[in-house]
Design a protein around this ligand. Sequence first.
Ligand code: DC
Length: 222
Amino acid sequence: MSKKIAIDGPAGAGKSTIAKMVAKELGFIYVDTGAMYRAMALYMLNNGIDASESEKISATCQTADITIRHENGAQKVYLNGEDVTELVRKEEVGKMASASSVNGDVRKKLVELQQKLAETTDVVMDGRDIGTVVLPNADLKVFLTASSRVRAERRFKELTEKGTECDIDVIEKDIIERDYRDSHREISPLKQADDAVLVDSSYMTIDEVAEKIISLYKDTKK
Ligand code: DC
């Protein structure tokens, strides 16, 4: 049986950085499910579809071929044969992803793909519904969070370092809005699984969080 670690939590809690470190240390494959929702959102944007057009989103998602490949240890996302790994990181794609991921048909298609990936490979998978829906039998479930202010500060630092001008209050407002949407949608809302361990990274370093998760995983095998 392949091994599975599920890491869920709100945007900006450090899930992907931590999940990558944990996967590397344990020799597992890191699967970023947010990137799949982003690829689907990019497909909608490319087709001129608005976040409010749920019927069009349901119909259009059927023709999106999203695949995940691992090249030199890094995850690449392909949309209908095109490498969109970088493109999906754009702010507007993230916003659309939060809106289009409420759609049941989008979720059904991507959950199937995620479950298939985890069937035969040891994975650290991060997202919003991994412990609750995608991998309910994961060996370890972590709910990773941090306060909205700390998450806004991290994002502000990241953007400022890239030379992008931004306002920390606007970033925090955006984070709060996204959290609300992700955790109040009808299908698979962001929610801590009953058997998940809560890790608040607000006052922890990245290394401390990764060490904590690795030690939690090792404890599951004792
Ligand atoms: O983690 P992220 O910012 O890349 O995710 C983009 C959006 O996709 C996020 O707003 C919520 C959605 N998402 C989801 O609904 N379920 C997942 N398993 C992962 C992401």
